[in-house]
Ligand binder design. Structure first.
Ligand SMILES: *[C@@H]1O[C@H](CO)[C@@H](O)[C@H](O)[C@H]1NC(C)=O
Ligand SMILES: *[C@@H]1O[C@H](CO)[C@@H](O)[C@H](O)[C@H]1NC(C)=O
Ligand SMILES: *[C@@H]1O[C@H](CO)[C@@H](O)[C@H](O)[C@H]1NC(C)=O
Ligand SMILES: *[C@@H]1O[C@H](CO)[C@@H](O)[C@H](O)[C@H]1NC(C)=O
Ligand SMILES: *[C@@H]1O[C@H](CO)[C@@H](O)[C@H](O)[C@H]1NC(C)=O
Ligand SMILES: *[C@@H]1O[C@H](CO)[C@@H](O)[C@H](O)[C@H]1NC(C)=O
Ligand SMILES: *[C@@H]1O[C@H](CO)[C@@H](O)[C@H](O)[C@H]1NC(C)=O
Ligand SMILES: *[C@@H]1O[C@H](CO)[C@@H](O)[C@H](O)[C@H]1NC(C)=O
Ligand SMILES: *[C@@H]1O[C@H](CO)[C@@H](O)[C@H](O)[C@H]1NC(C)=O
Length: 727
């Protein structure tokens, strides 16, 4: 456990006045907003495609079209694109939904003790949300299956959650308390466990609702034959632990009676950090599931808004009673003195905080990991990263007999005390990063001098193993390569724009792009470099120190600044793109060039870009020429020597999703000039690059309007690929 907090080291023998002053001091230490229930607001009067890449995350079949969230596809292409679909749209950053209240105790001497006691209940966040929906019944056919407002543990969704599962759970996960999922469903298809085909329900980890009400008596048809927009209000009171759902035709005021209300303890079911959004599914019967507008207000319990460790203001208020004026003055004086050193920065407190986080990552004992990896058996070695060895390990699961495969990374670098503090701080950031294209951190272990991180095991290894693994590996198909690049782009975009903590990857390369069972990309080693103090080792030193293949990923300005930026991440991303398309390492000898990018540049100049494509793909005739050019031009743009000229991740994601043209690239690589003219790692807005709609055709299609018919743009590439590339 961490060292006692100096502030609280005073024993109970201290004079009553001093104790009162101390408590008051803690009370004052809370930002004033905590007591006044500060709120976080989001409001989307309509939805723009650019939101898809900043504030919202689309999962699986969801997309943004016609100014609305299309939770399941809206297309005339073919019925195939409409049936058996499921999608989610979530706000890209999590909200803190509860925090532990320590049991009132007169003799606890450390915050750690108080945290451990933890059983004094929880402070649960209140929230209010309002959204409008249009559930459109195509051709007046039987609608199916429904949509839901959800609070979910991650920016992802289970596989096969279509049909009756409403994008909530699936056949294996239904009812599992580890789903950490709460939803308010609007269901249009009667499954055996449903009351009817037009109801609202409250779901906890299970599509079978714990409370439900038919909407028919309220004169509401979720999917009426005449397209109708409805507005829904959901209010949750974290104090009373109660939820109310109101619904009315759009434009009407909020009704005084709810269509459903129920007691609900979010603190008992959800992860402390959870995501708000929507899900929907279609089955053999289908409907369009559109969200037209959305606003959300959540009581702010986040870090920095809850004092240092979740001690609620009211506990102290109760404990103090009416404080004496003298104590107030004393408290104020000490407060202003102490303010210079925020309590939250104490590393031992951070460790305690990490330990008290629900779910992941958890702290492992060194012996557990030693056993899991058979004492770091050479035979279980998966690879060697820049910082240490990676071993495969097997940990016992929660259920008897269950085994969980993990990758255990053991760092070779010995850590100084300072390094450890940095590490803990970094871990608290990594813990908050969750994205379907990031490798999940399962846990960690810190023993004096030895640092271990435990990740999800990636059965398909890393991208470079597939590109350069030799002939015994099956050829990585063009479709997989495109999806992998799309995944990496989306992860990088997430890291660079994460809600309040912009993260630079710093070490992006093909060996850090891991592949899960379905060959989806998962970026590893993100955010780590700072934790293990890489700044002290210059890039050049590392290169000379024999980490082969890193050269070619490093942006030219880094040799001058020694500092990683978002622009240098984009440079490395460009190298990965070229590498993946061409099947050659970024630094290789090809046609007299040392760097792959220079060779591709020459081919581009000679209008022979397609000659760059991996010969194995060319031989198998497995590539899409327009997409090869798209990616190669993107790769070149990312390789531009001037940092400010490289595209931002938002643009990159749009280019890959084919919603904007690849950037114009000069025929000759511009010279590298130092110092650079443009700003580096500018925190400002994305630059105003062109966002022309290309490779699209006008077709007519269903849309969420009263007529149901409006011309609209859909991608020629088909919806499946387009939405895959978006997430
Ligand atoms: C949230 O919105 C309400 C009104 O819509 C406003 O009064 C309040 O200041 C907003 N809070 C924040 C944090 O933006
Ligand atoms: C979306 O994110 C941007 C940048 O973080 C922010 O400025 C904007 O207000 C957000 N939009 C909404 C609707 O919250
Ligand atoms: C949709 O799912 C149902 C049930 O699994 C199946 O019978 C049907 O063939 C599927 N339809 C399509 C087009 O995949
Ligand atoms: C102090 O707390 C410990 C455990 O938290 C408890 O066992 C002990 O009885 C308490 N002492 C007093 C004087 O309340
Ligand atoms: C939700 O709305 C109610 C009134 O309808 C209000 O009293 C409450 O403060 C709101 N809660 C939040 C978190 O905005
Ligand atoms: C349910 O989802 C989980 C997580 O995506 C997946 O592992 C499992 O295979 C899915 N179950 C079915 C029946 O598809
Ligand atoms: C899900 O809910 C249904 C109906 O309430 C119940 O029969 C089933 O056992 C639940 N599933 C689990 C795994 O709890
Ligand atoms: C809550 O639901 C009950 C019926 O379950 C109803 O009598 C009551 O009026 C509802 N409360 C509100 C505020 O709508
Ligand atoms: C429903 O909402 C859409 C999008 O906001 C709007 O174009 C349409 O006119 C609305 N329909 C009705 C019947 O209000």
């Amino acid at each position: 456990m961490g060292a006692p907090l100096p502030l609280l080291r005073l024993s109970s023998a201290a004079a009553a006045a001093a104790a009162a002053a101390l408590l008051l001091l803690l009370l004052l230490h809370l930002p004033p907003t905590a007591a006044a229930a500060a709120a976080l607001n989001f409001s989307f009067p309509s939805f723009d495609i650019s939101e898809a890449h900043t504030n919202l995350t689309m999962v699986d079949d969801a997309n943004i079209n016609q100014g609305a969230l299309q939770l399941t596809p809206d297309t005339l292409n073919s019925v195939e694109y409409l049936v058996n679909k499921s999608g989610r749209v979530l706000l890209s950053h999590s909200f803190t939904l509860w925090r532990d209240l320590p049991a009132p105790s007169t003799n606890s001497t450390t915050i750690a003790d108080a945290d451990a006691a933890g059983s004094g209940g929880k402070h649960v966040a209140s929230f209010n949300t309002t959204f409008s929906i249009n559930v459109y019944r195509v051709d007046n056919a039987t609608p199916g299956e429904g949509l839901a407002f959800i609070i979910a543990p991650e920016l992802d969704m289970p596989a096969r959650s279509d049909a009756g599962f409403l994008g909530l759970t699936n056949a294996t996960l239904n009812g599992d308390p580890n789903n950490h999922l709460v939803a308010v469903e609007f269901d249009t298809f009667k499954q055996p466990y449903d009351p009817d085909n037009n109801h609202v329900g409250l779901d906890i980890n299970n599509v079978s609702s714990i409370a439900y009400a038919s909407l028919t008596p309220f004169g509401i048809q979720i999917a009426p034959s005449v397209a109708t927009n409805y507005t829904i209000w959901i209010d949750y009171d974290g104090g009373d632990r109660h939820i109310w759902v109101y619904m009315a035709v759009q434009g009407k005021p909020k009704p005084s009676f709810s269509v459903l209300n129920s007691s609900l303890d979010l603190g008992a079911h959800l992860l402390r950090e959870s995501y708000f959004g929507f899900s929907a599914s279609t089955g053999s019967e289908y409907q369009l599931n559109c969200i037209l507008s959305w606003s959300l207000t959540v009581e702010d319990l986040s870090e920095g808004n809850d004092g240092s460790s979740g001690w609620p203001a009211w506990k102290f208020a109760v404990a103090i009673g009416v404080p004496a004026a003298a104590a107030l003055v004393l408290g104020l004086l000490v407060f202003f003195y102490m303010r210079r050193r925020p309590v939250g920065d104490d590393p031992s407190l951070l460790i305690d905080k990490l330990k008290s986080l629900p779910g992941q990552p958890k702290e492992f004992m060194f012996d557990e990991l030693k056993k899991a990896t058979n004492n770091f058996d050479e035979k279980l070695k998966l690879g060697q990263g820049g910082f240490g060895m990676v071993y495969k390990g097997v940990l016992p699961g929660d259920n008897p007999g269950e085994k969980i495969e993990v990758a255990v990374k053991k760092f070779s670098r010995e850590n100084s005390k300072g390094g450890q503090d940095d590490f803990i701080h970094e871990l608290s950031i990594i813990n908050r990063l969750r994205h379907k294209h990031l490798v999940r951190l399962v846990g960690w272990c810190h023993k004096i001098g030895v640092l271990l991180l435990v990740y999800d095991y990636m059965p398909n290894g890393s991208l470079d193993q597939h590109l350069f693994g030799g002939d015994d590996r099956p050829l990585l198909s063009w479709e997989r390569r495109y999806n992998i690049i799309a995944g990496v782009a989306s992860a990088l975009h997430y890291l660079h724009n994460e809600y309040d903590q912009k993260v630079v990857h710093r070490d992006l390369k093909a060996s850090n792009v891991m592949l899960d069972a379905a060959f989806h990309a998962r970026l590893g080693d993100f955010g780590l470099a700072r934790a293990i103090d890489i700044d002290k080792t210059s890039y050049t030193e590392r290169e000379l120190g024999g980490v082969p293949g890193t050269m070619g990923y490093i942006a030219p300005e880094c040799f001058h600044t020694g500092r990683a930026t978002r622009e240098s991440d984009v440079f490395a991303f460009g190298a990965v793109v070229l590498e993946t398309v061409c099947g050659r390492r970024p630094r290789c000898d090809v046609a007299g060039f040392q760097f792959l990018a220079d060779w591709v540049w020459k081919l581009y100049r000679e209008r022979r870009l397609l000659d760059a494509v991996d010969p194995r793909l060319a031989y198998a005739d497995d590539y899409v020429a327009a997409d090869v050019e798209r990616l190669l031009l993107l790769g070149l743009a990312c390789s531009l020597p001037t940092p400010a000229d490289r595209p931002k991740t938002a643009t990159i994601v749009q280019i890959i999703s084919r919603s904007v043209d690849p950037p114009a690239v000069p025929p000759f690589k511009p010279p590298f000039v130092w110092p650079a003219a443009g700003p580096i790692d500018d925190e400002g807005a994305e630059d105003g690059e062109s966002s022309r709609l290309t490779s699209t055709v006008v077709t007519s299609s269903y849309c969420p309007s009263s007529s149901g018919w409006t011309p609209r743009y859909i991608s020629t590439e088909g919806h499946v690929e387009a939405s895959d590339a978006l997430v």
